[in-house]
Ligand binder design. Structure first.
Ligand code: FAD
Length: 387
C-alpha cells in the first residue's frame, strides 16, 4: 500500500468489496495494455464489455432499473480504480454514466425499459451529445433543430466532441425545439445507433485520452418517433445541467484515480532514482512535493465523497457537483505536474507513463464544464445572501 492508500475513510464492507473487484480488474486487465492502446488510438471494446460483465455499468442505478442499487460512493470507487489504470477507459466509462443519467433521471416507463435497463445492466453503452461547434459553455447557442413532423421529429444539425458517439447504442441528444428561445427552447431526445441520416467524422485527433474517441456527429433530416422525446418538451436546458451536475462527481473520481497513479509513480521513482549518491526521495525538497501531492489528493477524494453523499440524499448538486469537479481536476493537474517534475527529464519522454498521464489529465479541467464555469456556478451560489 502506498501513501495514497486506496480506501477513503468511512468506506463500508460493501465499498471494500467493490474496490477489490475493480482494483483487481484494473491492475490485471486494464493497466498492462494502456500504453499500447494510447499509442495506437485503439478503442478498448473488450474492456468496455468487461465493465458490463463486472456489473459496473449501472452501479448506483436502482435494481428495479437493471442496476446494482448501490450508493454513489460505490460508483466513484469503481471509476477511481479504472482511472488509476487507464484514464482513457475511465473517460469512456464516465461518458456512459453521463448519457445514462439522462434516462435515469428523466426517462418514463417505456424509456427506462428500452434504454436504462440495458445500459445499467451492461448490455448497452450510452453517449451524451450536447456540445456543438458554436455551443460549448453556452448551451443556449445550440443550433441543432428538432422540428415536429406528424407525431414524430426531424432533427438537423451537428454535434462535436461527442465521446462514445459511434460506439454507443444510444445517444442522449439535445436539440432546439424552440428556435430563438436559447436554453429555454431545448429538448432531450434518445437517438438510437443506426438511425438513418446520422453520420460521424473520423475520431478527432487529440492530445490525450487517445483511445477514448470523440466524434463530430452529423444529423441530416433524422426522423425520430414521438417516444424519442425524454422529459418534458422545452426542458432540455435544465435536464442537461441537472444531469451534468450529478455526473461531474464521476469526473472528480476519475481525476482522483489519475492523481493516485501519478503519486504512486512519483514515490516509486523517488525511491529508485539516485543523485548525489542517494535516492532523490531522501531530499526534503522531493518529500515536500510528495507531501503536498498526498495532502491535496486526500482532500479531493474526501470532497468527492461528500458530494456523493449529497447526491444520494437528493440535494441540489449545483454547488457540490461543481466543487467536487473543480477541486479534484485542478488537484489532479497539480499532482500529475509535480509527479512529472519528480521524474525529471525521464518523465518528459514519450512512452513514459507519467507523460501519458500528463496528456490525459489536461482535458478534465475542460470537459463537463470548464474550471471557469465551475467557479461561476460555485460563485453564484456563494454570493446568495445567507442567514
Ligand atoms: C476529449 C473531450 C471529450 C468531450 N466529450 C463530450 C461529450 O461526450 N459530450 C458533449 O456534449 N461534449 C463533450 N465535450 C465538449 C466539452 O464539454 C466542451 O469542450 C466544454 O464544455 C467547453 O466548451 P468549448 O470547448 O466550446 O469551450 P468554450 O465554451 O468556447 O470556452 C473557451 C474558454 O472560454 C471560457 N469561458 C466560456 N464562457 C465563459 C464565461 N461565461 N465566463 C468565463 N469564462 C468563460 C472557458 O472556460 C474556456 O476557457 C468533450 C470535449 C473534449 C475535449
Amino acid at each position: 500500500m502506498t501513501a495514497a492508500g486506496p480506501a477513503i475513510p468511512g468506506e463500508s464492507e460493501e465499498h471494500a468489496a467493490i474496490r477489490e473487484v475493480f482494483a483487481g480488474f484494473a491492475r490485471r486487465e486494464v493497466l498492462p495494455g494502456a500504453a499500447g492502446r494510447d499509442a495506437g488510438s485503439v478503442y478498448p471494446a473488450g474492456l468496455v464489455r468487461r465493465l458490463g460483465e463486472l456489473d459496473g455499468m449501472g452501479i448506483s442505478v436502482a435494481e428495479t432499473d437493471g442496476g446494482l442499487g448501490l450508493d454513489t460512493a460505490a460508483q466513484l470507487i469503481a471509476i477511481e480504480e479504472v482511472a488509476y489504470a487507464d484514464a482513457a477507459l475511465a473517460s469512456i466509462y464516465t461518458a456512459h454514466y453521463l448519457g445514462l443519467e439522462v434516462f435515469r433521471q428523466y426517462g418514463d416507463g417505456a424509456a427506462r425499459e428500452r434504454w436504462l435497463r440495458p445500459l445499467a445492466s451492461g448490455r448497452a453503452v450510452a453517449a451524451f451529445a450536447l456540445t456543438e461547434p458554436g455551443a460549448g459553455s453556452d448551451i443556449g447557442a445550440i443550433a441543432t433543430v428538432a422540428r415536429q413532423d406528424g407525431d414524430g421529429w426531424v432533427l438537423s444539425g451537428s454535434k462535436t466532441f461527442i465521446s462514445n458517439a459511434r460506439e454507443a447504442d444510444v445517444l442522449a441528444l439535445f436539440a432546439s425545439t424552440g428556435p430563438g428561445q436559447g436554453s429555454r427552447g431545448l429538448s432531450a431526445f434518445a437517438l438510437p445507433a443506426g438511425t438513418p441520416g446520422v453520420s460521424f467524422s473520423p475520431p478527432q485527433d487529440k492530445l490525450g485520452l487517445r483511445s477514448a474517441p470523440t466524434y463530430t456527429v452529423y444529423l441530416d433530416d433524422v426522423r425520430l418517433p414521438a417516444s424519442a422525446l425524454i422529459g418534458d418538451l422545452g426542458r432540455g436546458g435544465p435536464i442537461a445541467l441537472t444531469v451534468l451536475n450529478a455526473a461531474r462527481i464521476d469526473i472528480a473520481a476519475m481525476a482522483n484515480g489519475i492523481a493516485r497513479r501519478a503519486l504512486d509513480l512519483a514515490s516509486r521513482y523517488a525511491a529508485e532514482r539516485e543523485q548525489f549518491g542517494v535516492p532523490i526521495g531522501e531530499f526534503q525538497a522531493i518529500q515536500i512535493l510528495l507531501g503536498q501531492m498526498d495532502a491535496e489528493l486526500q482532500a479531493a477524494r474526501l470532497t468527492a465523497t461528500w458530494a456523493a453523499a449529497e447526491r444520494d440524499r437528493g440535494a441540489d448538486l449545483r454547488r457540490a457537483g461543481s466543487i467536487a469537479k473543480y477541486v479534484a481536476t485542478e488537484t489532479c493537474f497539480r499532482v500529475v505536474d509535480s509527479a512529472l517534475q519528480i521524474h525529471g527529464g525521464a518523465g518528459y519522454l514519450a512512452g513514459s507513463e507519467i507523460e501519458r498521464l500528463y496528456r490525459d489529465c489536461r482535458v478534465l479541467r475542460i470537459y463537463e464544464g470548464t474550471s471557469q464555469i465551475q467557479l461561476l456556478t460555485i460563485g453564484r451560489e456563494a454570493a446568495r445572501p445567507r442567514d
